[in-house]
Design a protein around this ligand. Sequence first.
Ligand code: ATR
Length: 284
Amino acid sequence: MNFEPLKNCKYAVIGNPIAHSKSPQMQNAGFEYYGMGSIYGKILVENEELADFVEYARKNLSGFNITVPYKQDIIPFVDEMSEVAELSGSVNTIRIENGRFIATSTDGVGLAAALQVHFHKEVKGLKVIFAGAGGAAQAAAWYFACNGAESIFVANRSLAKAEHLADSLKKAFPELKTGVCELADTEKMTDFVRRSDVLIQATSVGLKDDDGTAFDLKCLEGAENLCVYDLIYKETQLLKYCHSGGIECANGSDMLLYQGAASFEFWTNKKAPVEAMRKGLEGK
Ligand code: ATR
């Protein structure tokens, strides 16, 4: 494996694909704010190269981020895990201390910060419905459960994945209210939406410009108090509908920012310069 892209770097993001990642411009803005230079790189890691990268990282890096598809695959190499990483089985941030990997997931805390900033919502006591039950939904749902959410409904295209997530959450947190349905079950979706404060759109529907929505928008009719957070970074059909119908909503770009800020703090023990990092993310 060629580690040339990481020359002079102490931090990095790994994934496959990785070219599109904006983490370097965001994190380097943070490191530069503290006069530490541009020390965060990105590197494409093929499946069979993960062990080689790990060996390089233990000797040469102070920390790294992990994105798709390695958030679970990295776990066998980890020496210490935070509670939320352990429970969700997902790691996006590793700090390296004397070659030891200390792991956590900042996806949930990033989403929680975005909900606070946009909607003034706290996780404690929150009633939430997830559309989607993939990796992103799982990491966020576990963070919410660990931090006192009142109810978590999971709607997914395939019911089995939603059931697996809801059952595992309920087992770990018996007092948590849960429920599941198929995204196509508009009647149940409507019921869950009415009983929720926030809907988190965590499917991949909306990534492509000509995508529709993952569920029938009818279920949002009359949901005056609902806030909608779409994990996708752009104006999806769902967000267009919310804007036109006066439903409070936001796209996923601030989750990216705040998960990055939490990673920065996990590594450096310094307060993340969020506004500088936002400018970095926006390429300013
Ligand atoms: P991520 O890491 O972004 O969460 P993922 O783990 O691949 O990615 O999860 C993708 C999510 O989008 C899943 O909930 C998936 O539903 P399934 O579990 O049924 O596969 C959902 N998804 C993808 N394409 C979809 C579609 N066309 N309609 C509805 N849901 C879809």
